[in-house]
Design a protein around this ligand. Structure first.
Ligand SMILES: [Zn+2]
Length: 484
């Protein structure tokens, strides 16, 4: 009984939510929902904002400056072509799905590819090279001499592969749960919510995905700045560690276009990916943004999302100021014994930055960055003395049970919390119950329902994906466990 009214939300498909958001046939949608669940007749504000954002990822090519073309929506990253006198230069050729992109670029210019520049080594920016590259034609592929540093660091642990990475990207979700990652719609997800690569609907698909082997650079540089001229185009590549250590930005001094790589996109920066990765230095990121501000660009091309064609320097300045603000407040608060949980509020953005759309938590999150800065520069101990004397989850749960007068009492409180709409409270109490009775079918189901509601209302896309994946995992477990 407790589950029925909540599970209805999972029956709302992506397209139904889109319809509900647009208000066109809201009646049609509400009719399919039982009268006792008015709280889920409309998608949450978070869902509506993510749906609105996803319109940005329709396929388009913008000529942002004379002979500079930026494609969005063809691959998960933004991909650019600079047309010179006798050839073209590609900045970030995309991923393994770049064939269509290459055809679209060739319709604009049939001149041969002379050079390819990787802003960093991530496969969604480098994997598309085969669509543009012909061996033995003297095509230059440029990057810094620490190319692919993050992948090499991650190889030590292997943590970025498998379920956790897949869960945060949303690959394991059911079609109606898939909304992308806030700065892109992965190829497995179309705006209709359908998967196109044959991935199954099972909640725990963890099979390794086929990865392309990008073609490594033919040319690298080790210094601060490398200036080259290709097809008559003056190009500067500048060292810019941030989202990855191997990051560079590309600067066209004549047209004042700056390609920022993943040190900028229209979202709060992903200073720490929830999938887990090697350290991304926030201090370096701020310094690199300052270098970009100093170029005074007129056009700003991010590594994802559509380019900024007006007020580029102001946007970059705000981006840098916001990240620096959060860094400075976090460190300052930490010296006052504030814990990361307290610092999230203390480091909140000031009003003149807080409402800017390109600083919202679509992909990265301010709350995640605060915790990451703390972990980067102070480590795991948050200064709260009892965290030096922690008990196991079972021992903590037992204290709670004793406090409320027994396990049955705690179960009643968890049920009541969900019924009253306190879904986070219900999840917290259920977490304690499952610490003591991991296979309890009713409470695995209750946890699944609570997390489904919490996830649907979560705006940060990776956190939303992970929460919904977790909900599916509990539901799957409930389906395979007998009632006690
Ligand atoms: Zn990227």
């Amino acid at each position: 009984m407790i589950n029925r009214k909540y599970r209805i939300i999972l029956a709302l498909s992506f397209s139904q939510m889109l319809v509900a958001c647009q208000g066109e046939t809201a009646q049609e949608v509400t009719e399919s929902i039982p009268a006792q669940s008015p709280q889920v007749t409309q998608p949450s504000e978070a869902t509506q904002k993510l749906l609105e954002r996803n319109k940005m990822f329709d396929e388009r090519i913008n000529e942002v400056s004379e002979n500079v073309f930026v494609a969005t929506g063809y691959t998960v990253s933004a991909n650019s072509m600079i047309v010179g006198t006798d050839g073209v230069i590609i900045v970030d050729p995309g991923n393994q799905f770049s064939t269509k992109l290459a055809e679209a670029f060739r319709k604009i210019s049939a001149k041969p590819v002379k050079a390819i520049i990787y802003t960093h080594g991530h496969a969604d920016h480098t994997g598309g090279t085969p669509a543009f590259y012909t061996p033995d034609q003297g095509i230059q592929i440029w990057q810094r001499d620490n190319y692919n540093s993050e992948a090499r660091a991650n190889q030590v642990t292997g943590i970025t592969r498998g379920a956790r990475a897949s869960n945060t990207q949303g690959f394991d979700l059911r079609p109606e749960q898939k909304f992308g990652v806030g700065v892109a719609i992965p190829p497995e997800i179309t705006p209709g919510g359908m998967m196109v690569d044959g991935l199954t609907n099972k909640p725990e698909v963890t099979a390794p995905r086929q990865r392309v082997q990008p073609i490594p650079p033919t040319h690298t540089f080790s210094g601060e700045r490398e200036s080259i001229e290709i097809a008559g185009v003056k190009i500067e590549m500048v060292k810019a560690p941030g989202e990855t250590d191997d990051q560079l930005y590309v600067w066209l001094p004549d047209s004042k276009v700056l390609f920022a790589g993943d040190n900028f996109y229209q979202s709060w920066p992903n200073t720490y990916p929830l999938r887990g990765t090697a350290r991304r230095s926030v201090r370096d990121w701020v310094s690199s943004l300052s270098k970009m501000v100093d170029e005074s660009p007129e056009i700003l091309v991010g590594g994802h999302t559509t380019p900024i064609t007006e007020g580029a320097t102001e946007v970059l300045t705000n981006y840098r100021d916001a990240l620096k603000w959060v860094y400075d407040r976090t460190i300052e608060g930490a010296t006052k014994y504030m814990t990361p949980d307290e610092l999230v509020a203390y480091a909140a953005l000031p009003p003149h930055l807080a409402d800017l759309d390109y600083l919202q938590n679509y992909y990265g999150s301010v709350w995640g960055t605060v915790r990451d800065i703390y972990a980067q520069d102070l480590g795991w101990f948050d200064g709260a003395v009892l965290n030096l004397h922690r008990e196991s989850p079972q021992a903590q749960a037992q204290r709670l049970v004793d406090l409320v007068g027994g396990l049955d009492s705690l179960k009643n409180k968890a049920r009541a919390a969900l019924t009253s709409g306190d879904t986070l409270g219900a999840a917290q109490l259920t977490n304690a119950i499952l610490a003591l009775e991991a296979d309890n079918q009713e409470f695995n189901l209750l946890m699944a329902d609570a997390l489904a509601i919490i996830g649907e209302a979560t705006f940060n896309a990776p956190a939303r994906n992970f929460t919904l994946s977790s909900s599916n995992r509990y539901r799957n477990k409930a389906d395979t466990t007998a009632a006690p």
